[in-house]
Design a binder for this molecule. Structure first.
Ligand SMILES: Nc1ncnc2c1ncn2[C@@H]1O[C@H](COP(=O)(O)OP(=O)(O)O)[C@@H](O)[C@H]1O
Ligand SMILES: [Mg+2]
Length: 225
C-alpha cells in the first residue's frame, strides 16, 4: 500500500524535511503519525499524496511509483486517495453538499450518483442537518466534518488526514479521531497525523509512527505505552 525506502525530502530552499525514512503501511491499516511541530509530518503526507516527490529514495503508494516525471501515476493516485487537508480547502459560498460533490467531479461517476454518495458521506459524518448550509455558516468542527465527508465520499483506498484535530478541545478531537478511524476497513487504510500525543492515550488500535526532526524514531503496533 505504502512502501518507502531511504526517502529524503529536501525543499527548494535547502531545508531537509525528511531523512532516511523507511516506512511500510499495509492495506486496510490504521496508522497515526505523531511528532512535534516541524518534525516532518505534513511533508510525509505530501509525499503520500504526490504533492512532493522524494529527493532521494524510492516511494510506492498504492503500487504507483512516486517520482518526478511520473505525472500519470500522480493523476491515478489522486483518484484513489481521500485527503483531509489541515486548512480544509473548502470552497466558500458553496454548501456542504456542493463542496462534497465537487470533490467527486473528476471521478467517472454519473452526476446522480455523485449527489447520492455525497449525501451519504455527509450523513455518515453526522451532518445530515447541514447538507444545504453554506460552509462559512458552519462551526469549525462542522467544517472539518465536511472536509472528511469530501475525502471519504469517493470510498478511497487511502484516507490521509493532516492534523485533523487542529484547534479542537480534547472531546471533539477524540470524536474526530474515532470518526476518521471508523472509515478504516479491509480496503481502506487511514493515516492521521497529530502533534497532540496525549490524544493517543485512549486509543488502543492502530500503528504509531513517531517522527522527530525528519527521522522516523519508532514504529509500534497497538497502544502508545
Ligand atoms: N515548502 C517548504 N519549503 C521549505 N521548507 C519547508 C516547506 N514546508 C515545510 N518546510 C520545513 O520542513 C520541516 C518539516 O515541516 P512539516 O513537514 O510541515 O512539519 P510538521 O507537519 O511536522 O509540522 C520544517 O522545518 C519546515 O519548516
Ligand atoms: Mg504539519
Amino acid at each position: 500500500m505504502i512502501e518507502g525506502k531511504d526517502i529524503s525530502l529536501v525543499y527548494g530552499d535547502g531545508t531537509k524535511a525528511l531523512r532516511g525514512v523507511n516506512i511500510a503501511i499495509s492495506k486496510g491499516q490504521l496508522a497515526y503519525i505523531i511528532g512535534p511541530s516541524g518534525s516532518g509530518k505534513t511533508s510525509l503526507l505530501k509525499l503520500f499524496m504526490g504533492i512532493e516527490y522524494p529527493t532521494e529514495g524510492e516511494l510506492k503508494v498504492l503500487g504507483l511509483k512516486m517520482q518526478k516525471g511520473q505525472e500519470a501515476n500522480i493523476r491515478k493516485l489522486r483518484r484513489l486517495i481521500g485527503p483531509v487537508f489541515q486548512e480544509f480547502k473548502l470552497i466558500k459560498g458553496r454548501t456542504a453538499l456542493e463542496n462534497v460533490m465537487l470533490g467527486l467531479r473528476f471521478l467517472d461517476m454519473p452526476s446522480k450518483m455523485i449527489k447520492e454518495e455525497s449525501k451519504n458521506a455527509l450523513i455518515k459524518v453526522g451532518l445530515s442537518h447541514k447538507i444545504d448550509t453554506v460552509v462559512e455558516h458552519l462551526s469549525f468542527g462542522e467544517t472539518q466534518r465536511v472536509a472528511i465527508a469530501r475525502a471519504v465520499a469517493r470510498k478511497p483506498a487511502l484516507i490521509l488526514a493532516d492534523e485533523p484535530t487542529g484547534n479542537l478541545d480534547v472531546d471533539n478531537a477524540l470524536n474526530i479521531m474515532s470518526l476518521l478511524a471508523s472509515f478504516r476497513n479491509e480496503n481502506t487504510a487511514v493515516i492521521i497525523t497529530t502533534h497532540a500525543t496525549h490524544l493517543l492515550d485512549n486509543i488502543d488500535q492502530g500503528e504509531i509512527i513517531k517522527v522527530e526532526n525528519g527521522i522516523i524514531k519508532m514504529e509500534s503496533r497497538g497502544a502508545v505505552q
